[in-house]
Design a protein around this ligand. Structure first.
Ligand code: KG4
Ligand code: ZN
Length: 381
């Protein structure tokens, strides 16, 4: 099965195409035919965060050149679509005329040999989601293939099943720790396609905490990778954390998180004196240690309480090396648990995770259907 996927929920315009062959019920071989990403980070940097209207404009601008690039590499049917209904473009004609015109040009090119189109319909920034949804609907209409709407967070979970060109369905129950710019969640899956949210953040998400504390240290957006690098420098030089930061709710019996107090503690420390570069590295180490320890200890307890057989780590913060190492170490700390991690390249937002989720939903017959498809900015499990 060949799936083309579109992801525009935040600040990356991402498209992918995969070809999956079923080997057994739990093993599927995957060939990535295309994996293209245009990052808007440079456009949002000066604002210290993602600006929805800019994100939408950038998606609208970059999505069709990416589709054209993709068509050059994908296997083609060699057939130019006929009878493309003008109705298909009506939603775009009103608000996104340039995008509509570009898609009309794409309709005149030979159709790719694909079986379905997947698109992220939530959660995310509403104007940004709409661009992906409109484009996916138009392409599905032109090429006469089904449209598969995908929950972005499900993509972050399921991409952790993908390793070395294979999709391996793990043992259930599965516990997922989801850590991204907007989410910090513990999600229990008794079986494939079933999701029960056990814990959520009561204020800031883990990624948001990395980003906000990085800003306090004068580091650029997005702050996670910068904090991670500064912390690494402190560690390599043998310098200790600058202070002991709070581990919010670490002993709370709920599975919820709270990271805003940690940010406040950093703000007080930074306001009191100007930190040297060495001290900034040590503060980054203190921040990383506090976030990682809180996430890992709460996940450990959730594993013990649920008896989950597999732990998946997903979301942009799962690119953090220290978090990956400590989460992997839970295999030794909790009896009978296998840990699955997405590759670092597919930890932050991408469209391969959306294509893989669409394939699994097809297998599992758990496809969300809603006609016409609506953006769901607050979509939750
Ligand atoms: O999943 P993602 O790419 O986008 C959302 O869906 O939000 O996650 C982005 C988040 C940002 O907060 C970013 O700072 C964080 O992931 N991040 C990291 C690292 N790489 C990205 N946080 C800590 N360490 C990293 N290496
Ligand atoms: Zn994400």
């Amino acid at each position: 099965m060949k799936i083309l996927a579109i992801e525009t929920s935040c600040d990356e315009t991402a498209l992918s195409a995969i070809e999956v062959t079923k080997k057994s019920k739990t093993n599927h071989s995957v060939r990535i035919l295309a994996d293209i990403l245009h990052s808007q980070i440079e456009k949002h940097k000066e604002f210290g965060g993602v600006v929805p209207s800019i994100a939408k404009r950038e998606h609208a601008l970059h999505i069709t050149p990416i589709i054209k690039d993709m068509l050059l590499t994908l296997p083609s049917t060699g057939v130019i679509p006929n009878e493309v209904s003008p109705e298909l473009f009506s939603a775009l004609n009103k608000r996104e005329e340039v995008l509509a015109e570009e898609l009309k040009k794409i309709a005149k090119l030979p159709a790719p040999d694909i079986d379905a189109i997947a698109v992220t319909y939530g959660p995310g920034l509403e104007p940004a989601l709409w661009i992906g949804i409109h484009v996916a609907e138009v392409l599905a209409g032109i090429w006469k293939v089904p449209l598969i709407p995908i929950n972005h967070m499900e993509g972050h979970i399921l991409v952790s099943f993908f390793e070395n060109d294979h999709l391996n369905i793990p043992h259930f129950p599965l516990l997922s720790l989801l850590v991204s710019g907007g989410h910090t969640e513990l999600v229990l899956s008794p079986s494939l396609g079933e999701y029960i949210k056990m814990g959520d953040t009561r204020d800031d998400a883990a990624g948001e905490c990395f980003d906000k504390t990085a800003r306090l240290l004068g580091l650029p957006y997005p702050g996670g990778p910068h904090i991670s690098l500064y912390a690494k420098h402190a560690r390599e030089k043998g310098n200790p954390p600058l202070m002991h930061l709070p581990r919010p709710m670490i002993n709370d019996p709920s599975h919820d998180f709270s990271f805003s107090g940690l940010k406040t503690a950093v703000r007080y420390a930074v306001d009191e004196k100007k930190l040297s570069d060495k001290e900034k590295e040590q503060m980054a180490l203190a921040i990383e240690e506090a976030i990682v320890e809180t996430l890992v200890e709460k996940t450990k307890r959730a594993l013990e309480e649920t008896g989950a057989k597999t732990l998946a780590l997903g979301g942009g913060v799962s690119a953090n090396i220290t978090l990956r190492k400590e989460v992997k170490r839970l295999e030794e700390r909790v009896h009978g648990v296998d840990v699955v991690l997405s590759s670092i390249a597919h930890s932050t937002d991408n469209a391969v995770m959306i294509a893989l989720a669409a394939y699994i939903n097809t297998l599992n017959k758990t496809i969300h259907t809603e006609n016409p498809l609506q953006a769901a900015p607050s979509l939750s499990f």
